[in-house]
Write a protein that binds this ligand. Structure first.
Ligand code: GTR
Length: 405
């Protein structure tokens, strides 16, 4: 294996040096023929592509625990000066053999609502208290030993990424949970992960070979959606799942596995998310699989520096969202995540969306910074850095108005 320095030196940021490659088609069947209609995609090819991503990228799916209960920890009917009701809910998972695991949801419901509302759901990096400017939000993220983000001074630090008041004013509920609650994000996070519900030794080589942190985080999003289904104020048939960066990869995988998500949003998800691996632009498989070995199954690492041999690419992952709405967002200065590669996976997923009669954007339509393309497959390129900002949210809320209302 090369040293990290050598790997970083080899990173390509030059469009002229992107290797020529044949774009693999999600419609190509095992026998070489092509899927011709939506029924064939849904009943035959989609399950095959999903299975391939489980085996080669994100690991096996996990079942629901034997028992899930949702315990109300707090309820503040006067949150954000009366704009919303703030609830905190413990998702308690139990197995018949006595194993347990839990996670805590922060949920805001707009007080103006007269009927159940659509919702935006996403995992957060640092803890629920970091997403909200409200000082009473419970501190979460303790499942990551040594987490630096648990202090009072960290409250609200990433509130801009969440834009709760704006989301609420537009008539949506907003929910988040800390991803560490499901799988602490480090290479030794297995033991404290939700995999402990299903395995006596979640850090054994056999479990590591079959599961991944991204897989467990995506499972957590589905369990959070179960919780929203039990919440009378939310219409759980109209939920958008969103995520930034590694959590954008996770949102795409959650959307692929769980068709209940109506709108799937990938914010700057990059390598192993929306970006095409075969372009080898910015972060590549060699780096991501060695720096974050717990994110992907080991078979994905075998394609490091052999991306040309991949029988699929991330356009397949975007295709798995069809015919539901999907949005891919990039930031112009976020070259590490390869904005053009993120854009292209949406364009190349178009052939699957077209089976459903959708109008899709073409590979020639990459917008300039500030530009957006809106449709069942949407894309925008925000000017600026790797982040999730109000500008990103403006597009997401517009898509929500179109696809969730
Ligand atoms: C980086 C990683 C990216 C992206 C990012 C993030 O270190 O290389 O793939 O996931 O972290 O999640 O912020």
């Amino acid at each position: 294996m090369r040293s990290r320095e050598e790997m970083l030196q080899a990173v390509n940021y030059d469009e002229a040096k992107v290797p020529q490659f044949v774009v693999p088609s999600p419609l190509q069947k095992a026998d070489g023929s092509t899927v011709r209609n939506a029924a064939e995609w849904v009943n035959f090819q989609r399950p095959r592509v999903l299975e391939m991503f489980r085996r080669e990228v994100y690991g096996e799916s996990l079942p629901r625990p034997d028992r899930c209960s949702f315990q109300l920890l707090s309820c503040q009917p006067d949150a954000y000066l009366g704009l919303a009701t703030r609830k905190e809910i413990r998702l308690q998972f139990e197995m018949v053999d006595g194993k347990t695991h839990s996670a805590e949801m922060l949920l805001y419901l707009p007080n103006q609502a007269t009927a159940p509302v659509p919702a935006f759901l996403g995992l957060c990096f640092k803890g629920n208290h970091v997403t909200s400017s409200e000082k009473e939000v419970r501190i979460t993220g303790q499942n990551y030993p040594g987490n630096q983000d648990l202090g009072e001074d960290k409250r609200g630090l990433q509130a801009e990424r969440w834009q709760f008041p704006e989301v609420l004013k537009r008539g949506y509920a907003a929910a988040t949970l800390c991803y560490h609650d499901f799988f602490p994000d480090h290479a030794n996070g297995w033991q404290r992960s939700a995999l402990s519900l299903f395995y006596a030794q979640p850090d054994s080589p056999a479990v590591r070979a079959r599961h991944t942190a991204i897989g467990v985080w995506a499972w957590g999003l589905s369990r959070a959606l179960d919780c929203l289904e039990a919440e009378p104020g939310v219409d759980a048939r109209r939920v958008a799942v969103h995520g930034h960066s590694r959590l954008g990869k996770t949102a795409l995988w959650a959307g692929a596995q769980d068709p209940r998500f109506r709108l799937v949003i990938s914010n700057d998800s990059g390598c192993g998310g929306a970006a095409m691996s075969k372009r080898c632009f910015g972060e590549n498989l060699e780096i991501i699989t060695s720096v974050f070995p717990h994110w992907f199954v080991t078979s994905f690492a075998q394609y490091a520096r052999r991306e040309a041999e991949l029988p699929f690419d991330q356009n397949f992952l975007v295709s798995l969202q069809a015919p539901r709405a999907v949005c891919i967002a990039s930031a112009s200065e976020d070259l590490w995540a390869d904005p053009r590669g993120e854009f292209l996976s949406g364009a190349y997923a178009g052939e699957v969306y077209r089976l459903f009669g959708a109008e899709v954007y073409s590979p020639a339509q990459m917008p300039a910074p500030g530009g957006r393309l809106s449709g069942l497959v949407s894309y925008h390129l925000r000017a600026g850095k790797h982040d999730q900002t109000w500008e990103d949210w403006q597009h997401y809320l517009e898509l929500g108005d179109r696809f969730l209302k």
